[in-house]
Design a protein around this ligand. Structure first.
Ligand SMILES: C[S@@+](CC[C@H](N)C(=O)[O-])C[C@H]1O[C@@H](n2cnc3c(N)ncnc32)[C@H](O)[C@@H]1O
Length: 518
């Protein structure tokens, strides 16, 4: 039978306290990427050693080996190398700023090529030993052996480049608006949710073959980057809590037991039963209990895609939700609902959002909370405003948001389920004109229809929270400069742009942008 199952296990653990990030920021040196001049040596395919020939009209051949120096990190954490004379760009996974290495050209794309790292000649400037034994292969963390201060500098640099080149905000305009990145004071065990995949084949790096012998052919772990069918078995992830690691270890010990008859899902044949394991941790403020298993949820997913959550949910043990506390508000979250995965840094993020919202605090303003999830941002603002209207596509998240409002005694918040990519012309007639719009879309950013709606609405302030600086730059460009091909004029001014690091050791970057009517 092609029934595939996602098992979601939720556990209780500690809530982190918010820590002042300012003192750390002062210590961060300014980005210094421009001080490194990229060097590149070209090797003809037939020669085994890299040569020192440089061509001004360089265009690499597939399989060509090159000596390269990584200049900076691009979106998704790939290292950027450039040909000195022509600026031709080569992208290399796991190359870090300052690292000199031999790379092989694997793919040519329009105006850049992809390179695979073969051998490091000299390490990058800020090398540190990665504490995780899987760091060299796992797709979760890619920059663990880059000093954390250098990681955040690289992220800040990326945001600045995207907003200049994609967002078309000029350097001068940007220097007045872009703020230094807010780092994350907790750099390990910060994730309250991790998703692992089951697979029929356990991928092992060559040197690990012997060491891990005996694990069998099945795998439960994280995907090897770039391969939808290769999973690296791991029994401990340094990004999740120690409690979640204990649960993972127990499951690793037992799930291959043939008597249980739980075979992993096979992405090629679509046979098998277990597809994903999601571990979520929360905090129980009432009991203060930690490391308590509160629920096991079986989520049935009949799609053959890689989505982890499907159509039906069965509570196998315990409660349907876990509890989390943010900015003094208690949230109940069900397995299908989005919740910020770094609770500690979500506190920091939401404080920035509130600061940007610039609420008068006299209870007179209307807030529109787009992509509201379980209502987290709207509910943290509700006590200062007249009314919050939240929109979200996932029905369970809307039920959670309504229940969260009720349980926290908040009666001035309305949550509506709806797809913001498919808004009708009448969207917005059901609520009064908002003074402040909060928009927190997922990675694809905002649909053009929504952008057009916002440009017509002309709320005095938009706070745009983004987990993808590329689509954030695009949407800010539309809102501020308009969309020429559609003859739409922009009407906002970018007042501030604040990158926030929510995910140390990974390429992900969060940003909060403040737009005000021009
Ligand atoms: C980055 S999360 C933000 C959630 C919330 N603001 C928070 O901080 O917890 C993005 C949310 O947008 C929702 N979403 C994604 N696509 C959507 C769409 N087309 N229409 C409405 N909501 C959508 C997701 O389900 C998710 O809850």
């Amino acid at each position: 039978m092609n029934l595939t199952t996602t098992m979601a296990t939720t556990i209780h653990t500690h809530t982190f306290r918010r820590i002042n990030t300012r003192p750390f920021l002062k210590k961060l040196p300014k980005p210094s990427f421009s001080s490194l001049s990229a060097s590149l040596q070209v090797t003809p395919e037939e020669e085994s050693q890299p040569s020192t020939t440089q061509s001004p009209s360089f265009y690499p051949k597939k399989n060509q080996t090159l000596e390269l120096v990584c200049e900076s990190l691009a979106f998704k954490g790939k290292g950027v190398c450039k040909v000195a004379d022509t600026g031709f760009v080569l992208m290399c996974d796991r190359a870090l700023p300052g690292e000199r290495f031999i790379g092989r050209v694997t793919r040519k794309k329009g105006n850049y090529a992809e390179v695979q790292k073969m051998k490091t000649i000299s390490p990058h400037w800020d090398f540190v030993n990665a504490p995780c034994e899987y760091a060299s292969y796992c797709g979760g963390c890619k920059t663990q052996n880059l000093l954390y201060e250098a990681q955040v500098r690289a992220k800040e640099q990326q945001v600045s480049e995207l907003i200049t080149h994609v967002g078309m905000f000029k350097d001068l305009e940007l220097s007045a608006t872009m703020k230094p990145i807010v780092p994350c004071n907790i750099q390990f065990h910060y994730r309250n949710k991790m998703e692992f995949s089951f697979a029929t084949q356990n991928w092992l790096p060559k040197e690990e073959h012997e060491k891990q012998d005996g694990l069998g052919s099945y795998a439960l772990g994280l995907h090897v980057p770039g391969f939808f069918d290769k999973v690296l078995t791991i029994d401990k992830c340094l990004l999740q809590s120690e409690a979640a690691n204990k649960v993972l270890a127990v499951i690793q010990d037992g799930w291959r037991d043939s008597e249980l008859g739980l075979s992993p899902y096979d992405v090629h044949t679509h046979a098998g039963f277990l597809k994903h394991l999601m571990l979520r941790s929360g905090s129980d403020v009432k009991t203060g209990l930690t490391e308590l298993m509160v629920s096991i949820v079986n989520n049935v997913n009949t799609s053959v895609g890689n989505t982890s959550l499907g159509e039906e949910e069965y509570i196998l043990y315990g409660k349907p939700t876990i509890t989390e506390t943010l900015r003094g508000i208690i949230f109940q979250i069900s397995a299908n609902s989005f919740f910020q995965t770094n609770t500690h840094q979500a506190e920091v993020l939401y404080k920035i959002v509130e600061g940007n919202a610039g609420l008068r605090g006299d209870g007179s303003e209307i807030v529109l909370d787009l992509f509201c999830g379980t209502g987290t941002i709207g509910l943290t603002l509700a006590r200062k405003v007249k009314h919050v209207y939240g929109y979200e596509v996932v029905p369970q998240a809307i039920s959670d948001a309504r229940r969260n409002a009720e349980q926290n005694g908040i009666h001035n918040a309305t949550f509506v389920q709806g797809d913001l990519n498919k808004i009708s012309d009448s969207f917005g007639t059901e609520f009064p004109k908002p003074d402040i719009v909060i928009s927190d879309p997922n990675r694809p950013g905002m649909h053009m229809k929504l952008i057009q709606y916002l440009l017509k609405l002309r709320a005095k302030r938009i706070v745009y929270v983004s987990c993808n600086p590329a689509t954030c730059a695009r949407d800010l460009d539309y809102l501020c400069h308009g969309v020429a091909e559609k003859d739409i004029k922009g009407c906002y001014k970018l007042r501030s742009l604040q990158p926030v690091d929510m995910f140390p050791h990974t390429p992900h970057i969060e940003c909060v942008a403040l737009l005000e009517l021009d």
